[in-house]
Design a binder for this molecule. Structure first.
Ligand code: SF4
Ligand code: SF4
Length: 286
């Protein structure tokens, strides 16, 4: 069975609280105002019994149920979760129980699909982090997981023998070797192409040719922006790209790169021929 909780609770020293569903503005990050948030988490833990006696619905930007889970103030999480209350579900007291119980971020889903070696590689990068740093989406692990399972597996495999593989500070080496994935590339635009290239030619090849990958991506976007696929004229044949039989990463390139949010049903073959043709040319010539 997949352990979906392990990215949320990697060990006893930290936890992730990034999603705490209703309480986060879209751009908010756990590293914003650590001091102020710490005081709120402390108070919420301290006043839990009083709050339970007089529960109130939460406004959408804060929650009295979110607090430090331990006296040492290391883990942050939901004080109303059944695991904190001998099986009793108390999240309904905030009015958001359904949303709270069903939220699972994309990164946690990707993490759950990794094998044990890959999971260990990921979590070893975060040794010594506190819950705020760990939860932040500036955490390099969260940035890597945004690239989806196949890329994470390629990175975890390369890291065993790649540049400075045996060096002490694993996080620093990781950022040095793989930071270009989020500093110079963009998982939404480059996820499909970069993963295919790394898979075919090796990660070292991708690292060396990353600037050329951006040019390749921009060229493909320019082609796709105005491309007329068979069956497009009818209109009622159009389907959202994420429902086509193509990888999620390719649907992201179509949407966020080429602005193609819908394409005709059955266009997959035509689309893949365009992409594969360009990819093959790139891998042969770069
Ligand atoms: S943001 Fe993701 S990893 Fe963090 S607690 Fe929520 S589901 Fe878990
Ligand atoms: S009830 Fe728990 S899970 Fe829901 S927002 Fe509050 S702290 Fe988060």
């Amino acid at each position: 069975m997949l352990n979906l909780a392990s990215l949320c609770f990697p060990d006893r020293e930290k936890s992730c609280f990034f999603c705490c569903p209703p309480i986060r503005e879209p751009e908010a990050d756990p590293l914003d105002d650590v001091k102020g948030r710490s005081e709120i988490f402390r108070q919420n833990r301290r006043h839990l019994q009083g709050n339970l006696a007089h529960p109130r619905e939460i406004p959408g930007t804060s929650c009295w149920g979110l607090g430090f889970l331990d006296d040492r103030e290391q883990q942050v999480g939901c004080l109303l979760h059944p695991l904190q209350n001998e099986g009793r579900e108390l999240r309904h007291l905030t009015g958001y129980q359904f949303k709270c119980a069903n939220a699972l971020c994309r990164e946690a889903r990707v993490f759950a699909e990794l094998n044990q070696d890959e999971k260990s590689f990921c979590l070893n990068l975060c040794r010594g982090m506190d819950s705020f740093t760990y939860s932040s989406r500036s955490n390099p692990l969260m940035r890597l997981l945004a690239w989806e399972k196949e890329m994470v597996a390629l990175v975890a495999a390369e890291a065993k023998t790649g540049p400075r593989a045996g060096a002490g500070n694993k996080l620093a080496v990781f950022i040095e070797n793989y930071g270009f994935l989020w500093q110079e590339l963009d998982f939404r635009l480059d996820g499909y192409l970069a993963t295919r290239i790394a898979g075919r030619k090796g990660f070292g090849f991708l690292r060396r040719h990353r600037a050329a990958v951006v040019r390749l991506r921009n060229g493909i976007i320019a082609t796709l922006e105005n491309y007329r696929f068979a069956g497009e004229e009818g209109g009622n044949n159009m389907r959202p790209c994420h429902t086509l039989a193509i990888p999620l990463s390719l649907s992201r390139l179509l949407k966020f790169g080429a602005g193609r949010w819908e394409l005709p049903k059955g266009c997959e073959g035509q689309l893949m021929a365009i992409i594969e043709n360009r990819l093959a040319g790139f891998c042969d010539q770069a």
